[in-house]
Design a protein around this ligand. Structure first.
Ligand code: PEP
Ligand code: MG
Length: 326
């Protein structure tokens, strides 16, 4: 079976009736980018840049970041999309050298874009590095953990300032750089119609979206039974987000673990997601499934799923529909 999958490395991810889904990889460093390309990724849907900042004594310089981002872009050439997510630190990922106080609820606290909007000195270094790398590939920039429209506008304002700084120094960058955001907090899913007007794309982060929607700590084993991607509340939010994005003519992807789950993919494609970003090892199995499928059939299944009452009912239905996956 592994051998059979390898024949799909350069094949397009298109359903039998012609719907194309972009299958991209999640990576944490430039080395992963080369590997992802070799095993069939069509681009990078999530570059978790926080790993550049971790396991060291101080912040990475603009130059160091620029070189890392450029390397990822160059691993894929000028066409393939590379989504670089700005620093998503906090929660379970710590940076001891920032000297941040311990918090009662780190996942609800000072993290990610919240730190960046407070420490624009740190944020701008990264934004300039990404902008500088943007002339070396099809780079797109993505903000994590946005919870309000004001926060998105403020982040975009800081980006404008970083552009201005580069302009003043005569340093080139891609003026058409696409700017997107993660939808991983229920508030942003609920106002996706407003947010969609002010970004080029969304990427749904189900790892956090599930955690915050069901109020279930994604790291806590004793409540893991509640951590459920197929929960109707989660599926409805995803569906709302896809519709809101498409209404504004924007593309929408998913980069949480759910995107690489073969039982979830028929529902996600059925809802209309344009891109799925996953760990590189899931790409060929996902491509194989997509190429054997029919999007109209998946849309009909999705309509049924969206009417079901419980995650248990939905999973039983998907299990029966795709016995070969289990
Ligand atoms: C997510 O929350 O789904 C996500 C992709 O981001 P991370 O797992 O890095 O929090
Ligand atoms: Mg997240």
């Amino acid at each position: 079976q592994q051998l059979e999958l390898r024949t799909l490395i350069d094949a397009p991810s298109v359903t039998a009736d012609g719907r194309r889904i972009e299958l991209a990889a999640n990576i944490g460093n430039p080395h992963d980018a080369h590997h992802a390309r070799q095993i069939g990724a069509e681009g990078i849907g999530l570059y978790r840049t926080e790993f550049l900042y971790m396991d060291r004594e101080d912040l990475p310089s603009e130059e160091e970041q620029f070189r890392a981002y450029r390397e990822v872009a160059e691993a894929f050439g000028m066409e393939s999309p590379i989504v670089i997510r700005t620093l998503d630190i906090g929660g379970d990922k710590e940076l001891p050298y920032l000297g941040l106080p311990k918090e009662m609820n780190p996942f609800l606290g000072y993290r990610a874009i919240r730190i960046c909007l407070d420490r624009t000195d740190i944020f701008k270094v990264q934004l300039r590095a990404i902008l500088r790398a943007s002339v070396h590939g099809n780079i797109k920039l993505m903000f994590p953990m946005i919870s309000t429209l004001h926060e998105l506008r403020t982040a975009k304002q800081v980006l404008e300032e970083a552009k201005q700084e580069l302009d003043e120094a005569n340093i080139p960058f891609n003026r058409e750089l696409e700017v997107g955001m993660m939808i991983e907090i229920p508030s942003s899913a609920i106002i996706a119609d407003q947010l969609a007007k002010e970004v080029n794309f969304f990427s749904i982060g189900t790892n956090d979206l599930i955690q915050y929607t069901l109020a279930v700590d994604r790291m806590n084993e004793s409540v893991s039974y509640l951590y459920e991607p197929f929960e109707p509340a989660v599926l409805r939010l995803i569906h709302m987000v896809v519709q809101a994005a498409h209404k504004e003519g924007k593309w929408v992807g998913m980069c949480g673990e759910m995107a690489g789950d073969l039982t979830a993919i028929p529902i996600l494609v059925g809802m209309g997601l344009d891109e799925l970003s996953m760990s590189a090892s899931s790409i060929l199995p996902a491509r194989s499934l997509i190429r054997r499928s029919n999007v109209q059939e998946w849309q009909r299944m999705t309509e049924k799923v969206l009417q079901m009452d419980t995650a248990q009912e939905i999973k039983a239905y998907m299990g029966l529909a795709f016995p070969e996956i289990h």
